[in-house]
Write a protein that binds this ligand. Structure first.
Ligand SMILES: NS(=O)(=O)c1ccc(C(=O)N2CCCN(Cc3ccccc3)CC2)cc1
Ligand SMILES: [Zn+2]
Length: 261
């Protein structure tokens, strides 16, 4: 029906262009990042995150991923520096992941995928009045991408995974206050940056991507809890496990990927 989209055979990434022709545009995401083909740019300063007064509101299953939303009515939690000309306000973060033992990141590095990818979504509230308006502007959004690889248990991820049972079904939302996503970042914020798009419909070409080079490590058990979510609503008889909710890499089409030092 209508603009319904998903990650299945019929409604997945290869079909999105039918309802969202920009899927075949010149600045689509994700991409395969080939480190020795990126250009090192010494003018690229460090990424600065001011999340200390961030206010998480809720955690939700939107039928595509699990999303933690933030209060974004002022500049209490922003990202600045690096390739950004303005501070960008934190709006939400969410994850993309694979099936058991499979990989599920969206960006790949020299053809290699990670188990999962965390996206911290920020919007340019200096130039635009609302997130929705920013989401359609070429410099409207800044998304910080963090790779997750499996290994030892992550000491703070349990704060997310312990809440997942409350948002099993599409459309479920529960309170989720006092969570600061700074605890999900690797120690080094060295990054690659390029101009791209949302990786889900409507695929707006409005994202300045900042992909952090170092992954964080989470356990297979923690990742398995994401797979207890379902794409479908509680009222539906079909229970489709939420996994492989990632778009594969798109053509670079001549874009430059810059590397911080
Ligand atoms: N994977 S990702 O590229 O990091 C990514 C980032 C943001 C979203 C997101 O928040 N979306 C999707 C499209 C934008 N719309 C804009 C909007 C429409 C109507 C009223 C308000 C905002 C909101 C929902 C999705 C994916
Ligand atoms: Zn995403």
């Amino acid at each position: 029906t209508g603009n319904h989209w998903g990650y299945g055979k019929e409604d997945g990434p290869t079909a999105w262009h039918k309802n969202y022709p920009v899927a075949e545009g010149d600045r689509q995401s994700p991409i395969d990042i080939i480190p020795n083909q990126t250009s090192h740019d010494s003018s690229l300063g460090p990424i600065v995150l001011n999340y200390d007064h961030c206010t998480s509101i809720n955690i939700a299953n939107n039928g595509h991923s699990v999303v933690v939303e933030f209060e974004d009515s002022d500049d209490r939690s922003v990202i600045r520096g690096g390739p950004l000309d303005n501070p960008y306000r934190l709006k939400q973060f969410h994850f993309h992941w694979g099936g058991k033992g499979c990989h599920g990141s969206e960006h790949t590095v020299a053809g290699n995928s990670y188990a999962s990818e965390l996206h911290l979504v920020h919007w340019n509230a200096v130039k635009y009045k609302t997130f929705g308006e920013a989401a359609t502007a070429p410099d409207g959004l800044a998304v910080l991408g963090i790779f997750l690889e499996t290994g030892d248990e992550h000491r703070w991820l349990h704060m997310i995974t312990d809440a997942l049972y409350t948002v099993k079904f599409k459309g479920s939302v529960t309170d989720f206050k006092g969570f600061n996503p700074k605890c999900l970042l690797p120690s080094s914020l060295q990054y690659w940056t390029y101009l791209g798009s949302l990786t889900t419909p409507p695929l707006h070409e409005s994202v300045i991507w900042i992909v952090v080079k170092d992954p964080i490590v989470v356990s297979e058990k923690q990742l398995g809890k994401f797979r207890t979510l379902v794409f479908t609503g509680e009222e539906e008889d079909q229970r489709t496990r939420m996994e492989n909710n990632f778009r594969p890499p798109q053509l670079l089409k001549g874009r430059k990927v810059r590397s911080s030092n």
